[in-house]
Ligand binder design. Structure first.
Ligand code: NAG
Ligand code: NAG
Length: 638
């Protein structure tokens, strides 16, 4: 196999020793929040066993900071991947393009953010390594007639695990990862498809058993269909499953997955001849199949509802919270329609008006609640999700550059710019840019710091067990700030709260402890099965400050799922859904490959222990991060 590795200097050997002498063992934390301890080996490297056979690994390395040459060595986040050799395109292969003049369009793997497909009106680029490298994606037309222009004009695409679906002129086509032939697949509709929506947040850590949640929504004139993350499955009759059929007067405007991994929603238009048509938002739960119509659309006066086409995206939250936008403006509804309105720039009626009439191109959300709205002319607006005023950021790119924002697996915003020479990938320093745009303005944060201990995606909760979480908020006296603890399905849990308050020099600190245990209602103890059913399920909890501001720093994790009602002989534990199987031997000055064994791949990767980021001297006002990567080399192993 081939993989990338980083060669490091003598200093890292020294640091490794230093760690060892201090009795410290570095910890690797995977995306699934699973942790693995590293062990020092005799010959100067440390090794951590990571189960799985992944082509791509992205993880954090943690440890106590240690001092090295008057600097501190801190935690870091690193990505390792095996570049897969790409087969060159042959003579027969033809290009796929968007309609002339379309802005760039980007799709990425739901659980594999590093797999991406960039569509443009000049061709399609595909990557398996977060656009470190990319190549033109072409298809073998197989038995399909090639259009006279010599390429296929694509409207939309979805990246499944085993292939790509393209929407071309109302039909869905399949391009298998293996044979790369574009085909009409018996499981895909050949006409009338109006839209596709691919899940944006990975649901594989949602503790649902024996049910595969959908990854794709497809809508036709009066049918809404869902499909899983792979098309090929010999045991399955159909890839797409109908979840909603509407009468002819109702039209689907858009659809997306919901705030909880098991929910999805669609915006529909109901037209009655001779009357004004009305829009409704209705949502569906895949676990308890049922539809509920939201009050969202009824909150607005008819004249205030913008005209489509619409796009919609739900935020990960314990309550339903969403953004709905057209080309000019964004509407929002947070916390089950308790807060709603239009997202506005400071001095303009809507986003488009504040961007010289340009249209909304992309709405990008990261996990720390940052939202960037990119206009077609490359003007960017920023706000914290939950705020309704956006800030216009300083100009960063020329209005006529063909650019798209891409949030990679490290939660960094990248700008992908397509020029006649090729694709340019540039990091966008979002935090610096937003701070600079808001400097000296009235934007502020009502609190000084907010942190909590709920940092695992999912927990299993056994009968009779209890679990303690805390959340601490520090704020200037008299601001009325507190932590909100939101949940859905809360009847399943008993949550006791205790707050510890401290006020020093006009700064208040409140640390709230949440003692969580399972609530069992013994009133119906006659039927054990019934009781178990009533007392088990998945509860989503969310920890948020009651007030936020555009300049706040917020923790990455906001929600956790609690799988309540496990067999009584199990204990609360971090769910281990991931089944990665690889060994990373981390060495300070060389590479070792123990051996290749069955499914387990042994990989050795060299890098400095924690030393990839070194904090600057303390007299520096601002923290300077130096990368201690002095040389990078690529190795090839069989
Ligand atoms: C809004 O304010 C910004 C910055 O203060 C200014 O550059 C812009 O021209 C204003 N827009 C309108 C529509 O007044
Ligand atoms: C908050 O309180 C809990 C329990 O008393 C404690 O473990 C935790 O460290 C406290 N948090 C902070 C930031 O001090």
């Amino acid at each position: 196999m081939i993989f990338s590795c980083i060669l490091v200097p003598q200093q890292s050997r020294y640091i490794t020793k230093h760690f060892y002498n201090n009795g410290q063992y570095p910890v690797i934390k995977l995306k699934s929040k699973q942790t693995h301890l590293g062990h020092f080996q005799k010959d100067g490297y440390w090794e951590a066993v990571i189960p799985g056979d992944e082509r791509f690994n992205d993880f954090h390395i943690y440890g106590q900071p240690i001092s090295f040459q008057h600097r501190f060595v801190i935690d870091g986040q690193h990505t390792f991947y095996w570049p897969e050799p790409a087969e060159p395109n042959g003579e027969r292969e033809v290009s796929l393009r968007l309609a002339p003049g379309s802005p760039l369009s980007l799709v990425w793997g739901t659980c594999e953010l590093y797999r991406g497909l960039l569509l443009s009106d000049t061709g399609a680029l595909i990557t398996k390594n977060a656009f470190l490298t990319s190549e033109e994606l072409k298809v073998d037309p197989g038995t399909l007639p090639v259009p006279p222009e010599g390429y296929f004009t694509v409207d939309q695409a979805a990246l499944l695990e085993d292939g790509i679906i393209f929407r071309i002129d109302g039909a869905l086509y399949w391009r298998d990862n293996q044979d790369r032939v574009l085909t009409e697949h018996p499981h895909l509709p050949t006409s009338g498809v109006m839209g596709l929506y691919q899940r944006t947040c990975c649901a594989s850590n949602y503790p649902v058993q024996d049910v595969e949640l959908s990854s794709l929504i497809v809508w036709k004139e009066n049918l809404l269909l869902v499909g899983p993350k792979k098309l090929k499955n010999p045991g399955r009759e159909n890839f797409l499953k109908i979840v909603l059929k509407v009468p002819p007067r109702v039209t689907y405007l858009t659809a997306s997955f919901g705030s909880h991994p098991a929910s999805l929603a669609t915006l529909v238009m109901y037209s009655v001849p001779g009357a004004i048509s009305r829009n409704f938002l209705t949502s569906y739960n895949e676990l308890v199949p049922s539809w509920i119509t939201s009050t969202f659309m009824t909150k607005f006066k008819l004249k205030d509802i913008p005209k489509g086409p619409f796009e919609m995206r739900f935020l990960e939250s314990a309550d339903a919270s969403l953004l709905l936008w057209n080309k000019e403006t964004i509407l929002y509804s947070f916390h089950n329609d308790n807060e709603w309105g239009e997202i506005r720039p400071f001095n303009a009626s809507h986003l488009s008006a504040a961007a010289f009439g340009s249209k909304i191109h992309q709405v990008t959300l990261d996990h720390s609640w940052n939202m960037l709205v990119k206009m077609e002319n490359n003007i960017l607006f920023y706000c914290k999700v939950g705020m309704h005023e956006v800030v216009r950021l300083h100009k960063w790119m020329e209005p006529d550059s063909r650019m798209v924002l891409y949030l990679n697996q490290k939660e960094q915003i990248n700008m992908l710019t397509l020029t006649p020479e090729g694709l340019h990938v540039q990091k966008y320093p979002m935090m610096m840019e937003t701070k600079s745009a808001m400097k000296g303005s009235y934007h502020d944060c009502p609190f000084i710091s907010f942190e909590h201990s709920m940092n695992t995606i999912s927990y299993n909760m056994d009968k009779g067990d209890q679990m303690v979480l805390w959340a601490q908020i520090v704020y200037p006296e008299g601001k009325g700030v507190h932590v909100k603890f939101l949940s859905n399905n809360a009847d399943l849990l008993y949550i006791e709260q205790k707050s510890h308050f401290e006020g020093v020099n006009s700064v208040d600190t409140v640390n709230t402890t949440f003692i969580i245990s399972q609530k069992v209602d013994y009133s119906d103890a006659t039927s054990y099965t019934h009781l178990t059913k009533k007392t088990s399920g998945i509860v989503t909890l969310e920890l948020v400050p009651n007030q936020i501001g555009n300049t706040c720093n917020l923790p990455m994790s906001r929600i956790s799922h609690f799988n309540v009602g496990c067999p009584p002989n199990r204990h609360i534990r971090v769910a281990s859904f991931c089944d990665l199987h690889a060994v990373f031997a981390v060495q300070t000055y060389g590479i070792t490959i123990p051996k290749y064994q069955h499914l387990t791949t042994y990989v050795a990767i060299v890098f400095t222990l924690f030393s990839l980021c070194i904090l600057g001297y303390s007299y520096c006002r601002y923290v300077t991060i130096f990368r201690n990567l002095l040389a990078t080399k690529r190795h090839k192993y069989e």
